[in-house]
Write a protein that binds this ligand. Sequence first.
Ligand code: SF4
Length: 265
Amino acid sequence: MSEYPELEKLREMAFICNRCGACREKFSADMTEKPAFRVCPIREHDGGFEHQCARGRLTIAQALLEGEITYSPELIESIYTDPDCGLCTWVCDSLPLLDPVAVWRAMKRDIAASDQLPEPLREQDRRIQTTRNTFGAKAERAKWARALGLPREGELLYFAGCYASYTQTEIARATVAILRHVGFEPAYLGELEWCCGYGADMVSSMSPDLATRIAADRMDEARESGAEALVTACPRCARGLSKAGEGMKVYDLAVALARSMGLSF
Ligand code: SF4
């Protein structure tokens, strides 16, 4: 059995890169001008080395699969600098044959399964399990909603997420005001709300099993509250929860507003 079972499943994808370099610097269409913009924000801001763009990372994946290298703490750390933004996949424009981000996600699943998750992420796992939020904050999660009289149950559940609950509470209050303005009366779980699992599908942080379990638990709570749909103003919560929410509609605020105006997506 392969030492890297998840990466092994994407072997063909990892080797299909033709090393064109478009994921390194994006050129104008006719290739006559200087690079219009650089692609990976990590490569842009952290030295500009090859392993910080998709082409270099795919070379690393190939070397792992060929047994030329193994994971070291430094290599693992560099894999986790990937922000999972997907810009390299968009620039590469080779779906479904090649999705560079899917390759790093597979690598991260292998790293977590072999108990090599970097210590800061282990610490984050512990924080979320003990305090139910990504910051480790001990303060009341639902303080921002005290004066709003939000019901605990309802057809549309507002999921604030950790950032709007603790550090950008104006987003939570504004979201409720906007939803009410267009005719919704959102419910809110208050102190029962937890971290969403931090983008369970992205594997950009946390151990994937824990992230998936947390996201699934959040969706169970939403169903138990009688909600038929969940809305959040956090794109990361929306993305993670929608992957875990079979049978439950999960809307980003912008989409919910567009639908309330009769626009369909
Ligand atoms: S990942 Fe895509 S864009 Fe980047 S070098 Fe390979 S084929 Fe080109």
